[in-house]
Design a binder for this molecule. Structure first.
Ligand code: HOZ
Length: 428
C-alpha cells in the first residue's frame, strides 16, 4: 500500500499541531509508523488520503456500533443542520434524548448532557464530592476516565501506551486526592474503602476495562464494589463511555445487573458526535446547578446536531435481537482468532466481553494492569503494521480495544481472520 499523501499530511500537521495529532494515541508512536489520515468512512470501512480502504476495528473508539455514515443518522443531521447548529439554549430534542437515556440505563433518573466523556467523568466526580462533602477519588490502575487532573494517576489509554510517568502538569494537591488500586483485587479494594482516614467521596470504574486493552471484571468483583460502597456511603460511578449502549442497551450495569449511583456516557449517545452525559439518582443529580450548588455548564451541552444524531442512533439500537446478533458475531470471530493463535504458536490471550476484544501478546492471563503490562508491545506493533498493510485498521496500541460493529460483514471478518493468520506467521 502507498501512504505518500498521508506522510505529506503528517509532515504538514506537525508544523501546526503538537505531535501532528489532536489526541496522542493516534500518532501511532507505539506501533512504530506514521498515522494514516482518514478522509472518508462508510459502513465497516474507513478510507485514507491515499485512497486505501480498511476494515475498521477502531469504530471511532466505539460509537460507530452501526458502522459509519448510517443513512438514518446522516438524515437526522441534515434535517437538523438546516435549522441551525447551536443555540446555547434549551431545545425539545434534548428532552427526547434524555428520556431515552433514562429509560435505557437502570441507574439513571436524571441526566445532564455535556460534550465529551472527559467532561462527563470530571463533572460526575465534582458532583460526588459536592454531595458527600469529601475529597478522595478511588480509581483502578489502568482504567482511563478522560484527561481531567484527578484521573491521570496510573491511567490507561495513551498514558500507558506512551509510558508517561506520573502526571506532569497535575498539582500534587490534586494527585494526593486520587488513590489508584489494582483492578479485580477484592482484598485491596475492601482494605482501601474501609480506611476511615481516607475521606473517600467516590469510586470510579470502567465496569469492563477498555483502556488497558479489554479486561473483564472477575466474578464477584463488581458485586463486592457495589456492596462496600453502599455500606460505606461512598458514591459509585460507572464510567460507561465505552460499555454504555454497547454491551447491551442498558450498558454494563444491565449486562452485570449492578446498579451504580452515577453513570458516565460518551460519544455513542450522540451517534458518534461529540457528546457525553452523566446521570444517576435524582437525589444526587439535584445537587447540580441551577437546582443545587455544584456548578457545571457548557454552551455546546445538548447541542442540537448531537442530540438529533443520538436519537437516531439509539432508535437503531432498539431493534429486537440487535445485541444478540452482535454477541454471536463477536463470539464467532473471537473463536476463529483464538484458533488462528493456537495454530500459530504465538502466545496470545484473547480477552472478550460482548463486542469488545483485545488480543494480548502474552502467555499469561490478563486480569489487571500488571498482567496487561506483560504483553509484548513490539510484537503488537509489528502485527499492527502488517495488518494495516493488508487493509485491516486496528487500534494503534496494545492497550486499546477492537470493536465489532453491526456493519462488519462475514466477508470483512473473514478477511480479518485470514490476515491475522498471515500476520502471525510473519511475526517471529
Ligand atoms: N483515549 C482514546 C481511546 N480510549 C483515544 C482517543 C482518540 O485518539 O481519539
Amino acid at each position: 500500500m502507498e501512504y505518500t499523501v498521508s506522510k505529506k499530511l503528517f509532515t504538514e500537521a506537525r508544523k501546526y499541531i503538537p505531535g501532528g495529532v489532536n489526541s496522542p494515541v493516534r500518532a501511532c508512536k507505539s506501533v512504530g509508523c506514521d498515522p494514516v489520515f482518514i478522509t472518508k468512512a462508510r459502513g465497516a470501512s474507513v478510507f485514507d488520503a491515499d485512497g486505501n480502504e480498511y476494515v475498521d476495528f477502531v469504530c471511532s473508539w466505539g460509537p460507530m456500533i452501526m458502522g459509519h455514515a448510517h443513512p438514518d443518522i446522516i438524515a437526522a443531521l441534515h434535517g437538523t443542520a438546516v435549522n441551525g447548529t447551536s443555540f446555547g439554549a434549551p431545545t425539545p430534542t434534548e428532552i427526547e434524548l434524555a428520556t431515552m437515556v433514562v429509560e435505557a440505563l437502570p441507574s439513571i433518573e436524571k441526566v445532564r448532557f455535556v460534550s465529551s466523556g472527559t467532561e462527563a467523568t470530571m463533572s460526575a466526580v465534582r458532583l460526588a464530592r459536592g454531595y458527600t462533602g469529601r475529597n478522595v477519588v478511588v480509581k483502578f490502575d489502568g482504567c482511563y476516565h478522560g484527561h481531567a487532573d484527578s484521573f491521570l494517576v496510573k491511567a490507561g489509554s495513551g498514558v500507558i501506551t506512551l509510558g508517561i510517568p506520573g502526571s506532569p502538569g497535575v498539582p500534587d494537591d490534586i494527585v494526593k486526592n486520587t488513590i489508584s488500586i489494582p483492578y479485580n483485587n477484592q482484598e485491596v479494594l475492601e482494605k482501601t474503602l474501609r480506611d476511615e482516614e481516607l475521606d473517600i467521596a467516590c469510586v470510579i470504574i470502567e465496569p469492563v476495562a477498555g483502556n488497558m486493552g479489554c479486561v473483564a471484571p472477575q466474578p464477584g468483583f463488581l458485586e463486592k464494589l457495589r456492596s462496600l460502597t453502599e455500606e460505606l456511603g461512598i458514591v459509585l460511578i460507572f464510567d460507561e463511555v465505552i460499555t454504555g449502549f454497547r454491551l447491551s442497551y442498558g450498558g454494563a450495569q444491565e449486562y452485570y445487573n449492578i446498579i451504580p449511583d452515577l453513570t458516565c456516557l460518551g460519544k455513542i449517545i450522540g451517534g458518534g458526535l461529540p457528546v457525553g452525559a452523566y446521570g444517576g439518582k435524582a437525589e444526587i443529580m439535584d445537587n447540580i446547578a441551577p437546582d443545587g450548588p455544584v456548578y457545571q455548564a457548557g454552551t455546546l451541552s445538548g447541542n442540537p446536531l448531537a442530540m438529533a444524531a443520538g436519537i437516531a442512533a439509539l432508535k437503531l439500537l432498539q431493534r429486537d435481537g440487535f445485541y444478540d446478533e452482535l454477541e454471536e458475531k463477536a463470539g464467532g470471530f473471537a473463536e476463529r482468532l483464538q484458533n488462528v493463535a493456537g495454530a500459530s504458536g504465538i502466545p496470545v490471550q484473547l480477552n472478550r466481553v460482548g463486542s469488545l476484544m483485545t488480543s494480548f501478546f502474552t502467555s499469561e492471563q490478563v486480569t489487571d494492569f500488571d498482567s496487561a503490562m506483560k504483553a509484548d508491545t513490539d510484537m503488537y506493533a509489528k502485527h499492527y503494521r502488517q495488518m494495516l498493510s493488508k487493509g485491516i485498521y486496528l487500534a494503534p496500541s496494545q492497550f486499546e480495544v477492537a470493536f465489532i460493529s453491526a456493519a462488519q460483514s462475514k466477508n470483512d471478518l473473514e478477511k480479518a481472520v485470514k490476515m491475522t493468520e498471515w500476520s502471525f506467521k510473519n511475526l517471529l
